[in-house]
Structure formats: C-alpha cells, structure tokens
Design a protein around this ligand. Sequence first.
Ligand code: CAA
Length: 390
Amino acid sequence: MTTPSFEYLLTDEHRMIRDAARDFAQKEIAPIAAEHDESGEFPYDTIKKMGAMGFMGIEVPEQYGGAGMDTLAYALALEEICKVDASHGTIMSVNNSLFCNALTMFGTEEQKQKYLVPVASGEMIGAYSLTEPMSGSDAGSMKSRAVLDGDHYVINGRKSWVTSAPVADLILLFTPTHPERGHNGISAFMIDTTQPGFSRGKKEPKLGIRASATSEILFEDYRCPAENRIGKEGEGFKIAMTVLDAGRIGIASQALGIAEAAYEASLQYAREREAFGQPIGAFQGTQFKLADMKTRIEAARSLIYNACFAKEHWKKTGERFTLAASMAKLYASETAMFCAHHAVQIHGGMGYSKELPVERYFRDAKITEIYEGTSEIQRMVIARTETGLR
Ligand code: CAA
C-alpha cells in the first residue's frame, strides 16, 4: 500500500494524534467491534477511555477540558477510529462536532465551564437534537415548542433520531420559541437529561452503526432555566446550521475511514485469494475496482482536508465553510458506499459473511449518506451556494 496524499504536509502534532487513535482503535476497539455490532450494546468502557485520551473534545481549548487541537487533528483521529469501528466514530463525532463545537462557538463563559468541560473531557456524553418525526431535511419546520414562563422556558414536543440520546447526560436542543417568525423564531437550549419532563423513547433498531445508541426524546412541560438558552432567542437555526457545517466534516472523515477499511481489506484479499490459477487481484475486473476505490479515497481526502483548512480560516475571519464541508461530506459518503459495495463484491461469499467485517462496513457506510444532511441536501446546499438561486 502506498503513502496517503498530503502525508508530508502533516505536523508532528497531527501525526501524533493520528497514531494514538490508530493504536487505540487497533488495541481496544478492534477486539470488541463485531460483538457490539451484533448486540447493539453501547461501548461504555472504550468511550470512557477515549475521553481520558482527549478524543472526546479534540478541538476544545485546554482550559475547557479539551485537547486544544485543530480541525485536521480531529478529522485524522476520527478517520482512524472509524477505520476500525464506525459506531465508536459516531459517538465521538456527535460529542465533538455537534455538542462541543456548539458550546465552544456559542456558549457563554459560565455555560462553557458548566457544560463544555465535563463533555469535552469525556466525563459526560453530549448529544444534539434537531430532527423531529415530521421534520428531517426540512429542519426549519419543527412542531415542538418552548414558551417563556418567568425565568424558565416550558418545553413540549417530540424529537427523533437523536444520536447518543439513550446515554446522553446533556443534549443541545433546537426548538421554536416564536414559531410565527419561521427560521428566526428557533432557539437553542441545553437540556439536562436528569430533570423532570424529559424522557427517552424506544431505541431505534438500526441497519448499521449498531453500537451507537439512537432514540426519540420527549418533553412534557420540561422547565429549562432561561440561563440555559445557548445564544440569543431566534438564533437557534443559524447555530444549528453552523454546527452542522462542522459536523459534516466529521461525517466525511468517518466515511473516509470506512472507505479505507473496505479498500485495505479488498487489497489484501485480492492478493491472497486465488481463482483460475492466479490471485484475483491479477484480473482486470478486480484491478479496475481497486483503482477506482483508491482514486476516490484520495479525492475524498483532498476535499476533507480542504474543508478542515476552510474551517480554520472561518475561526479567524468568520467566512463560512459551508460549501467546503458539504462537498467533502457528499463525496466522502458516496465514496464510502462505493468502496464498501466493491469490497463485498471482491470478497464474494466472504463479503456477505459475518466472519469478516466487510459486511459491517457496507451497513455502516450507508448512514453517512443520510445523517447530518442527506446527499440530496448536500447537493442542494452546493448548488444554492454556487448559483445564488433557490
Ligand atoms: N451557516 C449559517 N447560517 C445558515 C447556514 C449555514 N450553514 N445555512 C443556512 N443559514 C441561514 C441562512 O443564511 C438563512 O438566514 P437569513 O434568514 O438571515 O438569510 C437561514 O439560515 C435560513 O436558511 P435557508 O433559507 O437556506 O433555510 P432552508 O429552510 O431552505 O434550509 C437546509 C436549508 C440547508 C435545507 C437546512 O434545512 C438543512 O441543512 N437541512 C438538513 C438538516 C440536517 O442536516 N439534519 C440532520 C440533523 S442531525 C442528525 O442527523 C442526527 C444526529 O444525531 C447526528
């Protein structure tokens, strides 16, 4: 196997976190990944250890419990974890991209001390809740409500597809406070899941990323202190979208990890498995598949690194990185599916068997084309940005 593109541009710090994540994934996650995929049991022990290693708040400044590194460091670490197990990657990504990023960007000093420190340090688990049963891609059309009552907001409604909800200590919630104002009437709140009025629905039985826990959450007259509103009233939609831009770089990195795992397994199998008197990798039918997989992987990597640099640029200038993040997520997720599909085909019957992880890569890859904005939504965002039309 050859050196990945851009290897020579990485700093010592980037290599250090990537190698630490690779090592951890191989030693601690690889032995349990298939078992947790089968049982759907949440991997508490390894997630705790990932917190202790600084993987649950990589970009969070050190004074708030994080590792104080840049976006590329986060992408590299996530890629390595997902190369071994996308379920661990999902839990890590929501904690980092959607929860910690939101508080780092939009939290007050007090909110950071109270909510960011425990989640970035891995002591608590954070989640993000935007989707509702009747509002997924059309995120602005939520039916839940928060009504101000003195110094509290009273929250009612039902949210769905909340990654890590069954185990989360804290959830960043988006809900309308002034529905008549459309996008400008949505606000963001920090939800303490131990408080009355909050409950969890049934855990979703999923095709892939089965060890990451997903469920509905329900609010029945949940009283949220006004001081737990993140950002100003009406700023919620912009917070949700800005945070999703960051999240999409994470999902792209997850997809890259899955694609690489599928490719590397295929490469090895193509060299070892023989048919008609030669390794199957000597047949053009296999070679073309491997060539397309490798090329797409390196193209995805370029788009992801570009998005990482665009996000760093945003930190200094405020210039949005929406386009770069959407292109990276779109291409990398379709690459993950492409590579996993070819990997199963190259492995033949063994690709369909649970004896090898290839079928798991295939099931895990699919979600990257769906969550944090489907491929259709990414195409819409890219085209709208480019044309200025909608
Ligand atoms: N950054 C900052 N602001 C943004 C923005 C961004 N990326 N995107 C939009 N906005 C702003 C716009 O500028 C606009 O502001 P003004 O009113 O001041 O002009 C406002 O938000 C409304 O924007 P649009 O008119 O473009 O909104 P829209 O209703 O047409 O929707 C959309 C845009 C891109 C389709 C958006 O709804 C979207 O991304 N949908 C997909 C939602 C999604 O990804 N859901 C996944 C949730 S998380 C998950 O999967 C589960 C999990 O646990 C991981």
